[in-house]
Design a protein around this ligand. Structure first.
Ligand SMILES: [Zn+2]
Length: 465
């Protein structure tokens, strides 16, 4: 079996075939950087990271583009509110966003274009649409996409024209469904939020940004386009309509991730402060816990966030983490390198990235490995250890990846290591002089502190419960 993905465009799971053999072009709509991101915003980046890693594992040469929307009404409003340049707010939040992705182990995309760096590509595309009769210019200098000129409109979201609401800034447009390609500069807006164009000074609308940047980096047609289900309409519908109307092939697959909900409602931007990677860290949740939590849900499912659920994910992750460390400590870290993915894991991933099933396969392998370690079957334990590590690595969750090391933890575990080693040496000395009462007392004291000692042919090994 090869990779099958759910395509929103056809509402079906389809065999994934790239347009060009061996090469895959992927575009993910990045965030609008008007505020700091919370983990709900980061979910699409994590979901796509799992997809990109799987495509690369499958052998594809992947070009992955994830943009940054750094000009937008909301960014201008924040600038006004805080009496700061709008672009300083965009840069600041982009930094926080990059740090959040890095903390969660999300690999950098091939290209991360900012909208403001691609105004020429946008105005070129808009000019094409005007020339082809799919867009019109108003006397005020706004340019609108003419939805009535494109009968396929609604093909992605499967909405009927009568379901489409008119937008509040309907002012100068002919039809309430028409959307803005170019927004004329308005009095009172910062002068540096305006660029020259054939229709006068102004700035691009949100939707045209992605069509222009996808074309710039991936060509007129590419393989996979996506983002959260919340931007499927109108954003993706509009991207699709304008790109096709301009004669471009655009995306072959539309892959949308589900939302992270808090008490059943979509997280709002104001939660950024309490549900950021940093704020959750202050509550004892490590970045790796958050990544495991987001990854163990299938990307299309809605996830109802709760700290209880995150705590359960943390405990599940710790079981895998403990197994890999136990194997590395008992048998040597080198025995955990170069493991194979089990066929069940591969089948789960090929099945529209069924990560809950893939994670269940990893837990089964860890249980078998723990049993093998208990039984002293080193060969079987090493095989399980290497397999578990390889599968976790595929999900960006390798417990021995230094990325997940907490410098504080490393210091502490070094100190604990030295103390336990000292106690075990004293126990060995007591045994050597046949003082078994003293030897047992040392073992019991360690057990009292949550440290279990097991005697093996290679000497004592210990684990922290
Ligand atoms: Zn987009």
């Amino acid at each position: 079996m090869s990779l099958r993905l759910y395509d929103t465009g056809t509402r079906s799971v389809r065999d994934f075939q790239p347009r060009k053999p061996g090469q895959v072009g992927v575009y993910l709509c990045g965030l609008t950087v008007q505020g700091p991101p919370h983990i709900g915003h980061l979910r699409s980046g994590v979901s796509y990271d799992v997809l990109i890693r799987w495509l690369r594992r499958t052998g594809y040469d992947v070009t992955y583009v994830r943009n940054v929307t750094d000009i937008d009404d909301k960014i201008l409003v924040r600038g006004e509110e805080q009496s700061r340049p709008w672009w300083s707010i965009a840069y600041e939040n982009e930094r926080v966003l990059a740090a959040g992705y890095a903390a969660l182990g999300v690999l950098a995309p091939s290209y991360e274009p900012r909208a403001t760096g691609h105004i020429t590509q946008m105005t070129d595309l808009i000019a094409d649409l005007v020339e082809r009769g799919h867009a019109y210019v108003t006397p005020a200098g706004d340019v609108w996409f003419d939805v009535s000129s494109w009968p396929a409109y609604g093909e992605l979201s499967h909405r009927r024209p009568e379901d489409m609401l008119s937008s509040p800034d309907a002012g100068s447009k002919r039809d309430s469904r028409d959307f803005g390609l170019w927004k004329a500069h308005k009095p009172g807006e910062p002068a540096d939020a305006s660029w020259t164009s054939p229709w006068g000074p102004g700035r691009p609308g949100w939707h045209i940004e992605c069509s222009a940047m996808a074309r710039r980096y991936l060509g007129d047609a590419f393989d996979i386009h996506g983002g959260g289900t919340d931007i499927m309409f109108p954003h993706h519908e509009n991207e699709l309509a304008q790109s096709r109307a301009a004669g471009l092939g655009f995306a072959n697959f539309w892959v949308h991730n589900g939302m992270l909900n808090l008490s059943g409602t979509k997280m709002s931007k104001s939660l950024g402060n309490t549900l950021s990677v940093e704020a959750l860290g202050e509550k004892g949740f490590r970045p790796v816990d958050i990544r495991y939590y987001l990854t163990s849900a299938q990307y299309r499912s809605a996830v109802d966030f709760s700290e209880t659920a995150l705590g359960e994910a943390q405990a599940a992750w710790d079981r895998l983490n403990n197994f890999v460390h136990r194997t590395a400590e008992s048998l040597g870290a080198e025995t955990t390198i170069g493991g194979a993915l089990s066929p069940e894991f591969t089948a789960a991933m090929d099945d529209d990235l069924n990560t809950p099933a893939a994670v269940a396969v990893i837990h089964d392998a860890a249980r078998e490995g723990n049993a093998a370690l208990d039984a002293g079957d080193d060969a079987a334990a090493a095989r399980s250890g290497a397999g578990v590590r390889a599968m976790l690595d595929q999900l960006g969750l390798d417990p021995l990846d230094p990325h997940w090391d907490d410098p504080g933890d490393a210091k502490l575990s070094g100190a604990v290591d030295a103390l336990v080693k000292l106690a075990l040496e004293q126990r060995a000395e007591a045994r050597a002089r046949k003082d078994y009462a003293a030897a047992d007392r040392i073992r019991d004291e360690l057990a009292h502190a949550g440290i279990t000692v097991k005697d093996t042919p290679r000497g004592p090994v210990w684990t922290v419960d």
